[in-house]
Write a protein that binds this ligand. Structure first.
Ligand SMILES: Nc1ncnc2c1ncn2[C@@H]1O[C@H](COP(=O)(O)OP(=O)(O)O)[C@@H](O)[C@H]1O
Ligand SMILES: [Mg+2]
Length: 387
């Protein structure tokens, strides 16, 4: 699929923007701080309802205003969908598809798929488990939009359970006052086991794409591998230091059983600390390169290759799962960071994708790409530079 047109109103530093796009490569060029990333962020937001650089949507609304609008016309084989999002500083956000109101904003998921690769993605390797969980979850909702509901229900149950833990702090672990907690445990386990299982299945599907992408990008001999480490099957609350980690089950009943048992074992500790200590919100995706964990061991160059391979793996998987062709591939400010060999390999790998949008401070950072459409971005204004 591709984006045919993007309109913005009061989004980030744009009062308004109109951007005609099409299949092939589009390059957005401009000095730092002019609004290049803001444009691709708007496109990405339509595919996951999250930004690749902030949590929440308030920073997306232009300062001194209270409503941002994103309007995106997507096309696949002559079929078009108009996605419209309204982000409100006060009051709930709204979405329309082809001018019809959606009852829930998350029903907008599934109309377009994107993969964004940006310098922030080095955090996939170097950052916290939450960066890797978000990576998996954003890919999950693009493949199975219904899981957005499961994820948000889990978050809600988790918050309520934590509140209850805090207020029940001084009750004994076997107090009858804790019966409500048992009910929350059931919901937590039901939703959480589904998330754990879906993430596990996703990683399984992603694995072959990661291996082939890494080989295509990098000279390194070592192969990447990855697995999910779930707190539910760990015997320690400190997941990172648990090296006796066992193979994850692929059976939801078994996961649920283990989850519930852990909650029982940990109840006294949870009451003491006032937080839920196990569940998918505590899990991690462990990335290995050869025999070593990527985090804390691999070089800067390898980190770039690894992060890039993960994103290219997403492209491969989304392509194989989608009814609507290639995901929209966005490369935000990454060419400047890559050496010439990786630059040209990357261009070879992406040039077959239906639509690719690249941002760069100077056009010289990007290898010559035939027929690329080039826009200059200057202080919240976009202007076609060629064609
Ligand atoms: N909510 C907002 N309201 C107004 N301006 C914003 C908002 N969020 C970001 N900006 C401005 O947008 C600019 C950054 O745009 P960005 O797209 O990140 O630049 P770049 O071209 O370097 O990718 C900054 O000047 C920043 O002040
Ligand atoms: Mg930028």
């Amino acid at each position: 699929m591709h984006v045919k047109h993007l309109s913005l109103g009061n989004f980030r530093n744009y009062k308004t923007a109109e951007l005609a796009l099409g299949p092939g490569v589009t390059v957005l060029v401009g000095r730092n701080g002019q609004g290049k990333t803001n444009l691709v962020e708007a496109i990405g937001y339509c595919s996951t309802l999250t930004s690749h650089r902030v949590s929440g949507y308030i920073p997306l609304i232009k300062t001194q205003t209270n409503k941002a609008v994103i309007r995106l016309l997507a096309e696949h084989q002559e079929r078009q969908n108009l996605i419209e999002l309204e982000l409100n500083a006060e009051g709930s956000n709204r979405a329309k598809i082809n001018r019809g109101d959606l009852s829930r904003i998350r029903d907008v998921l599934g109309y377009i798929q994107t993969v964004i690769f940006a310098p922030e993605d080095l955090n996939l390797i170097k950052g916290d488990p939450s960066d890797r969980r978000n990576f998996l979850d954003q890919l999950l909702v693009q493949i199975s939009p219904r899981l957005a509901g499961t994820l948000s229900d889990y978050d809600r149950v988790l918050k309520q359970r934590n509140t209850l833990l805090k207020t029940s702090r001084f009750l004994k672990a076997d107090s009858p006052g804790l019966a409500t907690l048992d009910a929350w445990d059931q919901s937590l386990v039901e939703l959480g086991s589904e998330i754990i299982l879906q993430r596990e299945n996703l990683v399984e599907l992603l694995r072959p794409y990661l291996a082939s992408s890494y080989r295509a990008i990098s000279e390194e001999k070592n192969d990447p591998s990855m697995f999910i480490k779930t707190s539910v099957l760990s015997s320690s609350v400190d997941l990172e230091s648990d090296n006796s980690y066992q193979e994850q089950s692929q059976d939801k009943g078994e996961i649920a059983h283990a989850f519930l048992r852990r909650l029982k074992d940990l109840r006294a500790k949870e009451l003491e600390r006032g937080v839920t200590l196990v569940g998918p919100h505590r899990d991690d995706l462990v990335l290995m390169l050869g025999e070593l964990p990527a985090k804390g061991y691999i070089s800067h160059g390898e980190t770039w290759s690894y992060a890039l391979s993960l994103k290219l793996a997403c492209v491969g998987l989304l392509k194989s799962k989608s009814q609507s062709g290639d995901p929209i591939l966005i490369l935000d400010d990454v060419f400047a960071e890559l050496d010439t060999v990786r630059r040209s390999r990357l261009v070879d790998l992406i040039s077959g994708n239906e639509q690719v949008i690249i941002t760069a401070a100077v056009v010289e950072d990007i290898p010559e790409i035939a027929n690329a459409r080039i826009y200059n971005v200057t202080n919240g204004e976009v202007e076609l530079a060629n064609g």
